[in-house]
Design a protein around this ligand. Structure first.
Ligand code: NAD
Length: 441
């Protein structure tokens, strides 16, 4: 089979590479020529564990290629995946200009039957907008070419995207014809071993499933953060509460870790977009509105603790920051809590020196010289009045605290991920602040 994947971001590149791994011929398209040039040389423009080796193997086997020409890519292919970005519009709704732009381009160039699959996260009904955009172009060309649309939302997680794609919890496909179902079945058959389910449904339900999934996960995070904040006030320890509730199988022990709020390119924008869609239908999603509000507040929780410790004027204070990416194992900084913390500390006059194992380049692109960039995790601590842990990279889990103490000006740690044991920190001699563990601090 031949497929084209439009957009080579986190989703498009992983999708294309994993399909190539099954033996399918994949042509990936991106409008970003620099990205395409890098990929042609086997260089992966994003950080995603395991992707570089997989890509190299499939380039060597000639199963995956890269181009800026959508016209060339869709020639002779059975299916086209649209995997371009759907960033939030000014009002929070999903901006569909990239998705619909690609749909029009497909309509301008297709010559034979294809299944056109929306993999980008899009509001309910978008696949039918894709269909209308393709049809409009075919009509203006004066040609009648059969095609089907399908919805195939992606559930991969940055940081374990390759594994998630190769061994998915489930694959959701929305279809409206038997012909499209057959194509999708063939494409995904290699991924169904070991019982990974392929769920066919109508297109509306498929599009809704993606938003409902991300919104449920965001709800778990905000719920736990809110409980953590209350734990501090009543003198409870959220880590114990988490274990206590997580052992109930109806609740489960995943995704109930408190922290500095959710970020990334998906949860914030998808929750917002679903709230907008519901508003448009005259239905207010009260739970999700609260989830957003709690998350907004949570991103400032460490800053509040810092203000309590140092006061509101941070002029001349030096802060070391561990972690910039919105979560470990990625270089993605979209909506990262670190950005909010940096902005607020800078506004109070603080200096910040930061280190992240992979997101330094991306941070420099976004933050320029507004902060200093350290060469490693200990460099961050030199003359620091406090260390702030924002992203729980595994290399921050067991640092040499004695070295930190020697380097730091004042021995204070603000831990936004509850990485360390409060009792041990007290024994070593740190002022230690974490999330929802008031019993200790
Ligand atoms: P991204 O921003 O990393 O990549 C999008 C790519 O599309 C870019 O390389 C861009 O240059 C390219 N592009 C834009 N317009 C194009 C065009 N007309 N032709 C060809 N290429 C074009 O985005 P992403 O993180 O991969 O997300 C893509 C979609 O998948 C979004 O809708 C997102 O919500 C969804 N999604 C993302 C994740 C994730 O973890 N990142 C997970 C599941 C779903």
């Amino acid at each position: 089979m031949n497929i084209a994947v439009i957009g080579t971001g986190y989703v498009g590149l992983v999708t294309g590479t994993c399909f190539a791994e099954t033996g399918i011929n994949v042509t990936c398209v991106d409008i970003d020529k620099k990205k395409v040039d890098m990929l042609r040389n086997g260089e992966v423009p994003i950080y995603e564990p395991g992707l570089d080796a997989l890509l190299e193997r499939n380039i060597d086997k000639g199963r995956i290629s890269f181009t800026t020409s959508l016209q060339k890519a869709i020639k002779d292919c059975d299916a086209v995946f649209i995997a371009v970005g759907t960033p939030p519009d000014e009002d929070g709704s999903a901006d569909l200009k990239y998705v619909l732009g690609v749909a029009r381009e497909i309509g301008q160039h297709m010559e034979d039957y294809k299944v056109i699959i929306t993999k980008s996260t899009v509001p309910v009904g978008t696949s039918f907008k894709v269909k209308a955009a393709v049809e409009e172009e075919l009509v203006s060309r004066g040609v009648r070419i059969p095609f089907d649309v399908a919805s195939n939302p992606e559930f991969l997680k940055e940081g374990s995207a390759v594994d998630d794609f190769l061994k998915p919890d489930r694959i959701v496909v929305g279809i409206e014809s038997k012909r499209a179902e057959k194509v999708m079945n063939r494409l995904y058959k290699p991924f169904l071993m070991n019982g990974h389910p392929l769920l066919f449904m109508d297109i509306f339900s498929s599009e809704m499933t993606k938003y409902a999934a991300n919104s449920m996960l965001a709800t778990k995070i905000s719920f736990m953060n809110d409980i953590a904040n209350l734990c501090e006030l009543v003198g409870a320890n959220v880590d114990l509460v988490r274990k206590g509730i997580g052992s109930d199988t109806r609740i489960g022990n995943k995704f109930i870790y408190p922290g500095t709020g959710y970020g990334g390119s998906c949860f914030p924008k998808d929750v917002q977009a679903l709230v907008r869609t519901a508003d448009e239908y005259g239905h207010s999603l009260e739970v999700l509105k609260a989830v957003e509000a709690v998350n907004y507040r949570q991103k400032t929780t460490l800053v509040e603790k810092i203000k309590k410790h140092f006061g509101e004027n941070l002029k001349g204070k030096q802060f070391g920051m561990w972690g910039l990416a919105f979560k470990p194992k990625t270089d993605d900084m979209r909506e990262a809590p670190s950005l909010v913390i940096i902005e607020q500390l800078k506004a109070m006059g603080a200096n910040i020196r930061a280190y992240d194992p992979v997101a330094m380049e991306e941070a420099e692109r976004i933050l320029g010289n507004s902060i200093e960039y350290a060469k490693d995790e200990y460099d961050v601590a030199i003359d620091a009045d406090a260390l702030i842990v924002v992203t729980e990279w595994s290399e921050f889990r067991m640092p040499n605290f004695r070295i930190l103490q020697k380097l730091m000006n004042e021995q204070t740690i603000f831990d936004g991920r509850n990485v360390y044991d409060p009792e041990e920190m007290e024994e070593i001699g740190f002022n230690y602040y974490s999330i929802g563990r008031a019993a200790i601090k």
